[in-house]
Design a protein around this ligand. Sequence first.
Ligand SMILES: Nc1nc2c(ncn2[C@@H]2O[C@H](COP(=O)(O)OP(=O)(O)OP(=O)(O)O)[C@@H](O)[C@H]2O)c(=O)[nH]1
Length: 443
Amino acid sequence: MSIVTVQLGQCGNQVGHELFDIICSDALEGQRKVYSTASCERFFHQTTHGELVARAVLIDMEPKVINQSISRAAKSGRWRYGESSHFSQKQGSGNNWANGYCVHGPRHRAVVEELVRREVERCDRLAGLMAMMSVAGGTGSGVGTYATQCLRDIYPKSFILNHLTWPYGTGEVIVQNYNSVLTLAHLYQLSDAILVHENDTVHRICSQLLNIKHISFGDVNGVIAHQLGSILQPALTADSHGVYSRNPLGELVSALTCHPEYKLLSVCTIPQMPSSSMAYSTFSWPSLLKHLRQMLISNTKMEEGIDWQVRPPAGSERTRSFTGPSFNTSLANLLILRGKEVYSAETGGFEDPALYTSWLSSEEAFNLWKSPVPFNKYEKCATLVSNSQALLRPLDNMVGKAWNMFASRAYIHQYVKFGISEEDFLDSFTSLEQVISSYGQLS
Ligand SMILES: Nc1nc2c(ncn2[C@@H]2O[C@H](COP(=O)(O)OP(=O)(O)OP(=O)(O)O)[C@@H](O)[C@H]2O)c(=O)[nH]1
């Protein structure tokens, strides 16, 4: 089964390019025919000349980034984008969600739908759609939300996953929190799952784990693509009886988003290190999984600076719904292990009921995928996709900052002029306050 990816705006197109690049080199590495065939079918179609063409649609309101992504892919010599699977205009959305959602989205609806329809028809079987974008600009966030809404109408039964890049806290876009709030509130009604990468967190991984001195978007996107690839590449699931799962998005959604009130997924991966250090490092599953579990419960996104004091609440604390100041309660977790000796890895620590909300059994809350094929040059690699309180604080900050600006009506006229009213803002605040409250009450 295949996934059709829709890349939107500067960020969506740059992250998307990086993802296809990593997936392609991983799929073509070494002699592993079954894995490679499954991966290629999932993300690429093959021309009669054997070329791999990404199952992707590229949308932006300005041409530069799309052109760069297309030519970089072609230069790789391994894969490329489809010749006519992109659409761009001359001028961006000016970091204004309303401009993207109310003007550019509707104006170009027919073209975008047609491009996606063509990609969908090329799939023997569609596993679902993945829309990739940032939440802070105007095109990815606004056009991306509008496009998701149209796709939800056209493909009501297909899985739709949104991959969102959250802005730096000290962001470069003054209205980034407005754009983020409007995007998230709308996508919450449309998407099956919302997978989030925070630029601040990924930036820290680049500097502290990868030792990169002058960090570029290319470096940040490399980390995001590595983490995403480790989720989306073929894996054996509990029910797949030794063959690679054919329904990656469906399995992801059913493992993690069992309740419509909880759709926010965060990711952490271990190990992550400069490629020059890999040759000198050895990894053991018990150590990797011990670190990953502590990263989960203490809500630390990398193996450096883990707080080992945080412990799951004991039974009596749970009934008083006291979970300690920094314990991260999960609704559901999906652990994906790739590499050597993967069948010997002991994952019982993630099945501990104390990690999860009391209203879901740990059998329902925990899922495990495995693949003996090492991923992206790491001999062993563990990735945890988590529906937990991990994004509660950044979401609360985002909404709080947007609310403070809204209270003084700053920049609101720029949204009103494109057709978004104060009432629309209030609706978005209300629905995200509900999400914050639901995650806050997980225990
Ligand atoms: N991780 C990552 N973040 C990016 C990248 N490009 C932009 N961003 C982030 O995306 C946000 C800005 O959104 P963009 O994607 O540039 O904007 P856009 O969707 O093209 O919208 P307009 O510029 O208004 O047309 C900021 O938070 C940036 O930090 C990228 O390549 N990688």
